[in-house]
Design a protein around this ligand. Structure first.
Ligand code: ZN
Length: 346
């Protein structure tokens, strides 16, 4: 295993992230334009409603207001369009991400085999297997997108339909309501963005996992590789160099995580090539060396002072710092262990 292979695998993941970033830009533009089109209607509806009184408007009256109801109906239709657009945008790049993952995977295995290795044939994936990954992901994107309009519209309605105390400055009141309503509307963008980020990377990882399974006879372990820099969290640093079975999906880092699995091939002797020396990198030692070269201040910045102290004092190990958590609306992920859950801290 070499830095060269880590670069190759990361480059593939980075291409998928770059495609996702472009999707996020496209979705953000669509959402901003949509709100710009909706806002005047809400503005007018609120102005008319608030002009009627300087007292209190009960929620029941807001709920029955014809203009407010119409504006909400139009927002719902707009959200339906945006959800459809989210689906098309994210789905469009899936096949490319899947192919890229498989290509990178095979290249990473090829790069570890001795150049003089005759007779080692890498297992490739047939088009049906790739299509199945794309189809499964497309189904999840569809389900998540379809749920979005109703939920966002309900949140917008909740912001609008409540008792209003108008007082002597209706414009200020109207602006506050508009800001909250826009916030609820943009919650839909946050969800769409999350769909893109989660599903694109997960399709990439699923393809990578299938490529590993197709080559299980060659692979001794999937190795978790983090990026050793100050932006990397303690959980990912803790996982650096950890070994996982061939069938593992992952690495299950967190949202915006930058870790990759690199599949380590069996030793050349195990593969039947004798007389060739293996030059395995010790990733854990690499991480420890990187850590030891940081100043205590930089170490504190990475882990927080309490955790850094415990690690420096030998009261905890790196493994204690990473905890797997289930997420109800996302896949499981490994995150930095809360201090109270560390050994000796309960
Ligand atoms: Zn991390």
């Amino acid at each position: 295993m070499t830095d060269e292979i880590a670069r190759l695998v990361r480059a593939s993941r980075d291409r998928t992230v770059a495609a996702t970033d472009q999707q996020v830009v496209a979705l953000t533009t669509a959402w901003v334009e949509a709100w710009d089109a909706l806002a005047p209607e809400f503005d007018a509806a609120l102005a008319a409603l608030l002009a009627d009184t300087d007292g209190t408007i009960p929620a029941s009256r807001v709920a029955k207001d014809r203009r407010i109801t119409q504006a909400l109906a139009r927002a719902r239709a707009t959200l339906d369009d945006l959800a459809a657009r989210t689906q098309v945008t994210v789905t469009a790049d899936l096949a490319a991400a899947v192919l890229d993952a498989v290509d990178a995977h095979l290249a990473s295995l090829q790069a570890q085999l001795p150049p003089e290795a005759p007779g080692v044939v890498l297992g490739t994936l047939d088009p049906d297997a790739l299509d199945a990954i794309v189809a499964r992901t497309t189904g999840r994107i569809e389900a998540a997108s379809m749920a979005l309009p109703a939920e966002v519209a309900a949140l917008m309605r909740a912001e609008l339909v409540r008792g209003i105390t108008v007082g002597d400055n209706p414009n200020v009141v109207a602006r506050q309501i508009m800001t909250r309503t826009e916030g609820a509307f943009n919650g839909g963008l946050v969800r769409a963005t999350r769909i893109a980020r989660t599903e694109m990377l997960d399709a990439h990882r699923a393809a990578d996992q299938r490529a590993a399974q197709a080559n299980r006879s060659l692979i001794s372990a999937r190795v978790w590789v983090a990026t050793l820099d100050s932006r990397t969290c303690g959980s990912c640093l803790a996982q650096h160099g950890s070994e996982w079975p061939v069938d593992t999906f992952g690495p299950e880092d967190h949202v915006q995580g930058r870790c990759v699995f690199i599949d380590r091939t069996r030793t050349w002797a195990e593969l039947g090539f004798t007389g060739i020396e293996d030059d395995d990198q010790d990733l854990t030692a690499e991480r420890d060396e990187w850590w030891d070269n940081l100043t205590p201040g930089s170490q504190d910045a990475v882990l927080g002072k309490t955790r850094a102290d415990l690690l420096r004092d030998g009261q905890i190990t790196w493994a204690d710092l990473s905890t797997r958590v289930e997420n109800p609306d996302w896949r499981a992920s490994h995150v930095l262990t809360p201090i109270r859950d560390l050994p000796g801290q309960g």
